[in-house]
Design a protein around this ligand. Structure first.
Ligand SMILES: Nc1ncnc2c1ncn2[C@@H]1O[C@H](COP(=O)(O)OP(=O)(O)OP(=O)(O)O)[C@@H](O)[C@H]1O
Ligand SMILES: [Mg+2]
Length: 445
């Protein structure tokens, strides 16, 4: 790269290389922060790679990203063009891409971690699909993993926006189908209609590769590769890695069905099913953990506690069978700020402190919770990173309720629980809005 600056971004060292672009670490000198800049030198590309077409693609990516913020999607800040150089400015991720993990240049993951990554990506994709956006280029190099385990999906440059989408583009999406051959769905190859189920197929291919280290569809040339994807059957996944659980193998194979109607219904269904599998141990000894005493306490809570108040005895009992009682010693951390998780807690006895800060020593206590209080409930709603650290103030007992626990209840119970959770959240939102109004009034903004 012969330029020191692109726009206001001071280009530093190269941190990645893709098919058409190079990624650099750079400094945004106006804001004073480091960013990642993806640069395509269009003077080096073929006849399809013009500065206008790449600029269009980057602008579109910036607009989609700006209107579709989610913790599992990378944030794009800016896009620009300078001579033959087109660039896209994004948050700098201090992590590794999934292909580095698969092909050994980064620390390997165990089965649980791998499935957890697939769940996060599937949930992020579902969020996009609900907004009428199909990613169309799901592959390992477009998924990055941060040190806290958070997965980030990259590259919305070839995404497709459906007609009913809430996303508004001021640029016309570039023509062409996009995608990367090894991961394309049959309907992508056939240039047929695309929806979220096409991404589900690609995610199935990624899952296969992540768990075996081999791509399901391989060939010597593009034509043969497309033929494989359209009509070939991959080697059964357990023939390559016998440690893959039967249920996981079955789900992945279902995602790669040639007919979109015969796949799972959505990437969320894929996430939920994997979540149930990895949390099977959560349910071990069904009910044995819930003592009669606990049940009595919780029945008492029901009268005053919003989360359980309209469950009848059998519904409460069934829910408790799929929850876990966890004990924490005084000073023990329940969870840390930034950790990704899909569960919430109810304080059954003792006391916990919610803290925020750079380190446990320098953190500020923002709330103290006692018997009957709940915390971490956003984990159930969006599975995003924890916004605070929680520490047991004394020996305490907590009831852990996993996202999957609720899925294991009957539909009526699940409906009530989500409604009650929504009530708790709306109450919190009212309090926050009230504080904000007070703050604005005091500061005369
Ligand atoms: N924001 C970022 N922060 C840190 N590293 C990044 C960032 N974006 C990309 N990378 C790294 O750069 C690599 C290359 O990304 P890039 O999207 O250019 O290539 P690719 O996905 O292999 O190919 P394609 O050109 O089809 O997108 C990624 O796999 C990742 O390791
Ligand atoms: Mg990429």
């Amino acid at each position: 790269m012969d330029k020191e600056y692109l726009g206001r971004y001071r280009i530093r060292e190269q941190i990645g290389k893709g098919g058409m672009a190079t990624i650099y670490r750079a400094t945004d000198e106006l804001i004073g922060r480091d960013v990642a800049v993806k640069v395509t030198d269009t003077s080096q590309g073929g006849k399809d790679v013009t500065a206008e077409s790449v600029n269009l693609q980057f602008s579109m990516e910036m607009q989609i990203s700006g209107q579709m913020s989610h913790h599992n999607f990378i944030t794009v800040y800016d896009a620009g063009m300078e001579g033959a150089y087109c660039y896209l400015v994004m948050e700098l991720l201090e992590g590794v891409s999934l292909d580095q993990i698969i092909y050994g240049s980064a620390k390997p993951m165990d089965m649980r971690q791998k499935l957890d990554v697939l769940i996060q990506v599937a949930r992020a994709l579902h969020f996009a699909h609900q907004r009428g956006v199909a990613h169309r280029d799901i592959k390992p190099s477009n998924i990055m993993i941060l040190p806290n385990g958070l997965a980030k999906v990259l590259d919305l440059g070839v995404a497709q926006i459906s007609e009913g989408s809430s996303i508004r583009l001021t640029v016309k999406p570039p023509a062409g189908v996009g995608g990367t051959p090894y991961y394309m769905s049959p309907e992508q190859i056939n240039k047929g209609p695309i929806d979220g189920r096409s991404d589900l197929f690609s995610l199935g291919v990624v899952a296969y590769e992540l768990l075996t280290g081999k791509r399901p569809f391989m060939a010597d040339n593009l034509f043969a590769l497309y033929e494989r994807i359209l009509r070939g059957n991959p080697t059964p996944i357990q023939d390559i890695n016998a440690t893959i659980p039967d249920k996981v193998a079955a789900i992945i194979s279902l995602c790669m069905n040639k007919d979109p109607n015969l796949r799972l219904s959505s990437t969320l269904a894929f996430a939920d099913q994997l979540d149930e599998i990895i949390n099977e141990s959560f349910f071990e000894g069904d009910g044995a953990l819930i003592s009669q005493e606990t049940l009595t306490i919780l029945k008492k809570y029901r009268a005053s506690f919003a989360f359980f108040y309209d469950l009848d005895n059998s519904q409460l009992y069934r829910l408790l069978q799929v929850c876990q009682v966890k004990k924490f010693k005084a000073g023990e951390i329940v969870f840390k700020e930034g950790e990704v998780a899909r569960d919430m807690y109810l304080v059954m006895s003792g006391q916990v402190r919610i803290c925020r800060g750079p380190t446990p020593e320098k953190s500020l206590t923002i709330q103290v919770l006692k018997r009957g209080d709940i915390f971490g409930e956003m984990g159930i709603i969006d599975g995003g990173p924890r916004s605070a650290t929680t520490i047991a103030d004394m020996d305490s007992q907590m009831l852990a309720i996993h996202q999957v626990s609720i899925l294991r209840c009957d539909a009526n119970t699940a409906g009530k629980l989500y409604r009650n959770l929504a009530q708790i959240l709306s109450q919190k939102l009212r309090v926050t809005s009230g504080k904000l109004v007070e703050f604005v009034a005091q500061t005369n903004i």
